[in-house]
Design a protein around this ligand. Structure first.
Ligand SMILES: Cc1cc2nc3c(=O)[nH]c(=O)nc-3n(C[C@H](O)[C@H](O)[C@H](O)COP(=O)(O)OP(=O)(O)OC[C@H]3O[C@@H](n4cnc5c(N)ncnc54)[C@H](O)[C@@H]3O)c2cc1C
Length: 348
């Protein structure tokens, strides 16, 4: 028996999830093929949305546009699926010397940062539970997405509706018809094929010519009894998870990785950083790793295949999938449906 859908989506990380959500909202039929999250970076991510990053404390790219959009989209999805998947989560930044403090105060007094940085940090229990640095700053415009819950809830909903298949997509089995105006894959006939496979795009013969620059990261999940409520950014992140007393700690940036698995070196490096920061006892309960789909130009790759008319890519979310995916899924689907253009910096 043959199955017809308007859109076939490969991969259900945050990219595939947001594209499918947006198509569903527009009343379009779709089917997702996903290999049980075998290589998903969304599943291991902390889900932090951080508007002010780096050593110079600069606003993330397009923050004023994409962050309100992310807030609104995750709130709406929480309502639709009947589960809270997004919460405000301030980040306390450790400032280690007068130079860092001055740079921070400079940002805090800049009106363009008023929505994101508090003039006065309120570290609360953090001040009691960590080795106190020179000073603290506070990012108030930050939040956290429970990516695992979002992805798993959407998966079970789409599985039960028949919009989802748990299997590996084999590139060599796709039949391209009429220059890419339609596609046949096993029993599935579709007019549009959208690839959202995260760093596995490196195996995709249609798009692996693009300049991706994948980066591995690792994290330890620790338990701190009666720990702090805000997120801490010191030598590493120590971020409260929605599960009581659990904290996500990490992560490294490794370009020359040989596999996607947690490593003994990664574990010892993160544990050493935690030991330098925390004054209170903790227990390691898990060690996870993943590969970020980063790009050389540090912008997503969203657009159409140069040769096949209805073959698309939505990828390259790098370190910021939670922040970028809602806005760009909206823009991408609008573009597919002929309603708007695509941002020139993402359209490769
Ligand atoms: C340690 C770490 C921490 C991070 N922390 C944050 C954070 O705090 N905030 C943030 O915004 N971002 C964070 N990121 C980055 C974030 O994870 C990515 O930006 C985002 O998850 C990318 O989403 P994606 O959907 O493009 O890819 P993925 O999540 O990797 O999803 C791709 C999916 O496609 C599937 N797939 C691939 N090939 C096939 C195939 N042939 N057939 C079927 N299925 C296939 C994979 O199994 C996977 O489930 C972090 C990343 C890492 C590694």
């Amino acid at each position: 028996m043959s199955t017809h859908v308007e859109f076939l989506i490969i991969g259900q990380g945050i990219a595939g999830t947001m594209v499918a959500q947006t198509l569903e909202k527009a009343g379009k039929s779709f089917l997702i093929i996903e290999d049980d999250h075998a290589t998903s970076s969304s599943i291991v991510a902390a889900g932090t949305i951080n508007p002010v990053t780096g050593r110079k404390y600069v606003k993330t790219w397009m923050a004023d546009t994409i962050l309100p959009w992310a807030d609104q989209t995750y709130a709406q999805i929480s309502e639709n699926i009947g589960a809270t998947i997004h919460r405000k989560l301030p980040i306390i930044r450790s400032l280690h010397n007068i130079g860092e403090e001055n740079a921070w105060l400079g940002r805090a007094s800049d009106p363009a940062y008023a929505d994101y940085i508090s003039p006065q940090a309120a570290p609360g229990k953090i001040a009691e539970q960590v080795n106190v640095p020179f000073a603290f700053g506070e990012i108030t415009g930050s939040s956290q997405v429970d990516l695992k819950k979002l992805i798993e809830t959407c998966k079970s909903r789409w599985l039960s509706s028949g919009f989802y298949r748990s299997t590996v997509f084999e590139y060599q089995n796709i039949q391209i018809k009429n220059g890419g105006q339609s596609f046949q894959y096993d029993d599935i006939h579709t007019e549009n094929l959208i690839f959202c496979e995260g760093h596995q795009v490196m195996q995709n013969p249609f798009f692996n010519y693009l300049e991706f620059d994948p980066v591995k990261g690792e994290a330890l999940i620790i338990q701190i009894p009666d720990g702090f409520e805000k997120s801490l950014r010191d030598k590493t992140f120590i971020t409260p998870l929605p599960t009581k007393d659990q904290y996500w700690c990490g992560s490294g940036y490794e370009k020359n990785y040989t596999d996607k698995n947690p490593s003994a070196l990664g574990r010892s490096q993160i544990a050493a950083q935690i030991n330098e920061i925390l004054k209170v006892p903790y227990e390691i309960v898990d060690h996870i790793a993943g590969i970020r789909p980063s790009t050389k130009k540090r912008r997503p790759f969203i657009g159409r295949h140069p040769q096949y008319e209805n073959m698309y890519l939505f990828n390259g979310l790098g370190t910021k999938g939670s922040s970028l995916a809602p806005y760009f899924a909206h823009q991408f689907v609008g573009w597919l449906l002929g309603n708007n253009g695509l941002h020139p910096e993402v359209n490769f």
